[in-house]
Write a protein that binds this ligand. Structure first.
Ligand SMILES: Nc1nc2c(c(=O)[nH]1)N[C@H]1C(S)=C(S)[C@@H](COP(=O)(O)OP(=O)(O)OC[C@H]3O[C@@H](n4cnc5c(=O)[nH]c(N)nc54)[C@H](O)[C@@H]3O)O[C@H]1N2
Ligand SMILES: Nc1nc2c(c(=O)[nH]1)N[C@H]1C(S)=C(S)[C@@H](COP(=O)(O)OP(=O)(O)OC[C@H]3O[C@@H](n4cnc5c(=O)[nH]c(N)nc54)[C@H](O)[C@@H]3O)O[C@H]1N2
Ligand code: SF4
Ligand SMILES: [Mo]
Length: 692
C-alpha cells in the first residue's frame, strides 16, 4: 500500500539572490522531492540543479544526527556521540568560565548558510549580546558593494528584477547569472528575444559571458577605471540627462573633474582593453533609453570594490536611465524589505548598551584574530568561538592562517552544522542542526522583492535541532533569564518586520503566514523622480558622509592591492591574477559533499590562457601548483582562452578534504580588505603557477 503523500511549502535558504519558493513532497516523514513552486512569480516553477537535489542533501547518509564531543587531536575530526543534555552542560560550563572572566573572549562566527532571518541571526545574536560577547562584522561577501550603494543611493535598493525583460541594453557587470542568479537569466533571455543587446563585463568568459552579444574582458579590479572612462565619454559627448542631474543628483561638478582625469586612452591601459571598447559602450549606453545594469558582487572583491560600485552606480543617474522602469541598476534589492533588525537581534541586551560597545572583529581577518591575539588591533584574546551557518576553514581567506588559528589547543570551539565540514573537524563540540525542511523561518530576498515564510516539511533528521533551539538550550544551562532568548521561532518572526511600512500595504503577519509570501508594494521605476535614501535625498556623486569619515567623497579608481600598480615588486614575483568565483554546481562550499553534484564539477581546475600556459610549459590536463607567499594548492590545468591573458581562474569553493591535495583556492587568497565596507578581497590575489 502506498504511504500518504503530503506537500509542504518551503523557501530555498541558500545565499542566492533568487530566494525560490519550493514545494516539498513528503512520504513517511521523508522528503522525496523538492520542486520549484509554479505559483511564485520569481520562481516560475523552476529550481536550479543544486537545490533540485536538496532531498539528497537533507537525507544524506553523513548528516550529523547526534551531538558529538571531540576525542582526538584538534582538527583530526574524531568525535564520540553524547546526549543533548551533556552537550548543553559542557557548552554552558566552558562558556560561563570564559565569559565570566572576559565576555569579549567569546566570538560568534556566522554567515549565510541559511539566509533565514530566524535561523540566521535572531536568538543567536540575542544570546551573544546578552553575554556582552565580541561582535562579528559580517563582511565576507558583499560589504564593499553595500557600502558603495549606501553612499550613493542610501541603501541596497535598485531596479525591480522583472522589468529587465523590457530593457533594450543590459550590462551584466561582475555577474554570472547562469551560475549564480538563474531566474534573473530567464528575464535576460526574454529581453534578448525582444531584441535587447547583452554585454558582459568580466575578466573571464563565464557561462554567461559566452552567451552575451559582447564580452569585455577587463583586468580584475579595474572596474572603477572602466566606469570613470565611460563617464568621461558621456560628459565629453554630452550624452547626459541634464534635467535629471540637476534635479536628483549631488556633486556633478566634482564627478566631472574626477572623470576628466580618466580619458579612454588611460583607462584602456589600466583595464587592458581597447580604447574603442570603452567609447563604444559609453555611446551605446548613453543613447539607449531602457539601459539596465545588473551589477553583481564579483566586481567588488578587490581593493577598490566600494569606489568601483559607486562609480558604476552613478551611470544611470547621468544618463537618466532611471526614468524608465526598464532602466537603472540592480545590485541588491535587500534594502526594500522593511526588516526590523533591532527587534530581531536586540543589541539593547548588551550589558551597559549603548555606552558599552563590545569590540567588532572583521570576519575576513579571522585568521589573524585567532593567531595573533592580545595586540592592540584585536583586543582580548579569543578563547571561545561558536560557528554556525558557515564553513570558515574552507571559505575564509588566507586559509593556512585560518586553519592554524582553529587548531589552537587553548581555543574552545562549538560548531553547529549539518555535516562534518572542514571547519567541523576543528570543533570541541559539534552540534547537529536542522535543515530548511525541518525548521521554521522567514525570508527576504536580495534579488527580488517578496517576503516569504518557510514551513517545516518533515520532522528533524536524527536528533538535529534548529539553531535557535540550540542557543536556547545553552542559554538555559547557563542560567540566563532574559525572556527574549526564549521566544519561539514564530514569535521572533512576527516581530521581525515593520508592518507599518507602506511597502506592506496594510498586510499583517497572519496574511503573510497564510499566503506564504507577500510581494512588497513598490513603485515600478523607483527613482524616476529621485527619492534616493541618502541624507540629501539625491543620488550622491559626492558624499559628505565619506568626507566626514576622512575618505574620498568622489568615486575614484584604486588599483588592486596585488597588481603592477599596487605592488610592483610582488607583481614581478607573482605575475598572474587569480580569481576563484563560484562553481555552478556548488553553493559556496555547500553541496560539495553531495556526490552527484561533485561528480558534475569533476575535480578542482585552473583555467589558464594558452599564452600564459605556453610560457610555463603547461599543457591541457597537467597537474599544476598555484602558489604565492601565503600558500599553495595543486589542481588540474585547463588551457583555454576563457581566461584572459594574465588571469587564472579556479572555480570554487571546494571542501579541502574532498580535493585531491586537501587544499583549496583560499590557500592563496589574502586577508586584506576593501576600500569601503571592510569586505574580503578574494579576487585581488597574485600567484605564480608551475607544472608539477
Ligand atoms: N551556483 C552558485 N550560485 C551562487 C553561489 C555559488 O557558490 N554557486 N554563491 C552565491 C553567493 S554567496 C554570491 S555572493 C553570489 C555571487 O555571484 P556574483 O555576484 O555573480 O559574483 P561572482 O560569482 O563572485 O562573480 C561574478 C563574475 O564576476 C567575475 N569577476 C571576477 N573579478 C571581477 C572583476 O574584478 N571585475 C569584473 N567586472 N568581474 C569580475 C567573475 O569572473 C564571475 O564570472 O552568487 C550566489 N549564487
Ligand atoms: N576563494 C573564494 N572564497 C570565497 C568566495 C569566492 O568566490 N572565492 N566567496 C565568498 C562568499 S561570496 C561567501 S558568501 C562566503 C560563503 O561562505 P559561507 O557562508 O560559510 O557558506 P558555505 O560555504 O555555503 O557554508 C555554509 C555552511 O552553513 C551550513 N548551514 C546551512 N544551513 C544551516 C543551518 O540552518 N544551521 C547551521 N548550523 N548550519 C547551516 C551548511 O551546511 C554549510 O556548511 O564564501 C566566501 N569565500
Ligand atoms: S540556490 Fe538560488 S536558484 Fe537555486 S533554488 Fe535556491 S534560490 Fe533558487
Ligand atoms: Mo556571497
Amino acid at each position: 500500500m502506498n504511504a500518504p503523500t503530503e506537500f509542504a511549502r518551503a523557501v530555498c535558504p541558500h545565499d542566492c539572490p533568487d530566494t525560490c519558493a519550493m514545494r516539498v513532497t513528503v512520504e513517511k516523514g521523508r522528503a522525496i522531492k523538492v520542486a520549484g513552486d509554479p505559483d511564485h512569480p520569481p520562481t516560475q516553477g523552476v529550481l536550479c540543479t543544486k537545490v533540485s537535489r536538496y532531498a539528497e542533501r537533507v537525507h544524506h547518509p553523513k548528516r550529523l544526527t547526534t551531538p558529538l564531543k571531540r576525542v582526538g587531536r584538534k582538527g583530526e575530526g574524531s568525535f564520540e556521540p553524547i546526549s543533548w543534555d551533556e552537550a548543553f552542560t559542557f557548552a554552558a560550563s566552558r562558556l560561563t568560565e570564559i565569559t565570566s572572566r572576559e565576555p569579549q573572549a567569546l566570538l560568534p562566527y556566522s554567515y549565510a548558510g541559511t539566509m533565514g532571518l530566524v535561523q540566521g541571526d535572531s536568538i543567536a545574536q540575542r544570546f551573544f549580546h546578552q553575554l556582552g560577547a565580541s561582535r562579528l562584522d559580517r563582511t565576507i561577501c558583499a560589504a564593499a558593494g553595500a557600502a558603495g550603494l549606501k553612499y550613493t543611493y542610501g541603501a541596497s535598493i535598485g531596479m525591480l528584477t522583472e522589468f529587465f525583460e523590457e530593457s533594450e541594453l543590459i550590462l551584466i557587470w561582475g555577474a554570472n547569472p547562469i551560475a549564480s542568479n538563474l531566474h534573473f537569466w530567464t528575464r535576460v533571455q526574454e529581453a534578448k528575444r525582444r531584441g535587447a543587446r547583452l554585454v558582459a563585463i568580466d575578466p573571464y568568459r563565464s557561462l554567461t559571458a559566452e552567451k552575451c552579444h559582447q564580452h569585455i574582458a577587463l583586468r580584475p579590479g579595474t572596474d572603477g577605471a572602466f566606469a570613470l572612462g565611460m563617464i568621461h565619454v558621456l560628459i565629453v559627448e554630452d550624452l547626459l540627462d541634464h534635467a535629471y542631474i540637476a534635479g536628483h543628483t549631488l556633486g556633478f561638478d566634482e564627478l566631472k573633474a574626477r572623470a576628466m582625469t580618466y580619458p579612454p586612452s588611460r583607462v584602456a591601459h589600466i583595464c587592458g582593453v581597447e580604447e574603442r571598447e570603452i567609447v563604444d559602450l559609453a555611446r551605446l549606453y548613453g543613447k539607449t533609453r531602457k539601459a539596465a545594469i545588473r551589477l553583481n558582487y564579483g566586481m567588488q572583491r578587490v581593493r577598490g570594490g566600494g569606489n568601483a560600485t559607486r562609480a558604476i552606480a552613478c551611470l544611470p543617474s547621468l544618463s537618466g536611465a532611471w526614468r524608465d522602469r526598464a532602466g537603472g541598476l540592480l545590485m541588491s534589492s535587500s534594502g526594500w524589505a522593511p526588516v526590523d533588525a533591532h527587534a530581531l537581534q536586540r543589541p539593547d541586551l548588551i550589558p551597559g548598551w549603548p555606552a558599552n560597545q563590545p569590540r567588532v572583529v572583521n570576519m575576513n581577518a579571522i585568521g589573524d584574530a585567532l593567531l595573533h591575539p592580545g595586540n592592540d588591533v584585536f583586543g582580548p584574546k579569543i578563547e571561545a568561538l561558536i560557528v554556525y551557518n558557515s564553513n570558515p576553514v574552507a571559505v575564509a581567506p588566507d586559509s593556512e592562517c585560518v586553519a592554524a588559528g582553529f587548531a589552537r589547543e587553548d581555543l574552545f570551539t562549538i560548531v553547529l552544522e549539518h555535516f562534518q565540514t572542514d571547519t567541523a573537524d576543528y570543533a570541541d563540540l559539534l552540534l547537529p542542526a536542522t535543515t530548511q525542511l525541518e525548521h521554521f523561518d522567514l525570508h527576504k530576498s536580495y534579488g527580488h522583492t517578496h517576503v516569504m515564510v518557510n514551513q517545516p516539511a518533515i520532522p528533524p533528521v536524527g536528533e538535529a535541532l534548529p539553531n535557535t533551539e540550540i542557543f536556547r538550550g545553552i542559554a538555559r544551562k547557563m542560567g540566563l533569564q532574559e525572556p527574549a532568548l526564549y521566544e519561539s521561532d514564530e514569535e521572533v518572526a512576527r516581530t521581525a518586520l515593520r508592518w507599518s511600512d507602506p511597502a506592506f500595504d496594510g498586510a499583517d503577519w497572519d496574511a503573510l503566514k497564510q499566503a506564504g509570501w507577500i510581494k512588497l508594494k513598490l513603485p515600478d521605476a523607483p527613482f524616476a523622480n529621485g527619492g534616493f535614501r541618502t541624507p540629501s535625498g539625491k543620488c550622491e556623486f559626492v558624499s559628505a558622509r565619506l568626507a566626514a569619515e576622512g575618505a574620498d567623497p568622489v568615486p575614484d579608481y584604486l588599483p588592486p592591492h596585488e597588481s603592477t600598480d599596487g605592488a610592483p615588486e610582488l607583481a614581478a614575483r607573482y605575475p598572474l591574477a587569480m580569481i576563484s568565483p563560484p562553481a555552478r554546481n556548488f553553493l559556496n562550499s555547500s553541496f560539495v559533499n553531495v556526490e552527484s553534484l561533485r561528480a558534475t564539477e569533476g575535480e578542482p581546475h585552473l583555467d589558464m590562457h594558452p599564452g600564459d600556459a605556453a610560457l610555463r610549459n603547461i599543457g591541457e590536463g597537467d597537474i599544476v601548483r598555484v602558489y604565492n607567499d601565503r600558500g599553495s594548492m595543486q589542481v588540474r590545468a585547463r588551457v583555454t582562452d576563457r581566461a584572459r591573458r594574465g588571469v587564472v581562474v579556479g572555480l570554487s569553493i571546494w571542501w579541502k578534504k574532498l580535493a585531491p591535495d586537501g587544499r583549496n583556492a583560499n590557500q592563496v587568497t589574502s586577508q586584506a580588505l576593501t576600500d569601503l565596507g571592510g569586505s574580503a578581497t578574494f579576487y585581488d590575489c597574485l600567484v605564480e603557477v608551475e607544472r608539477v
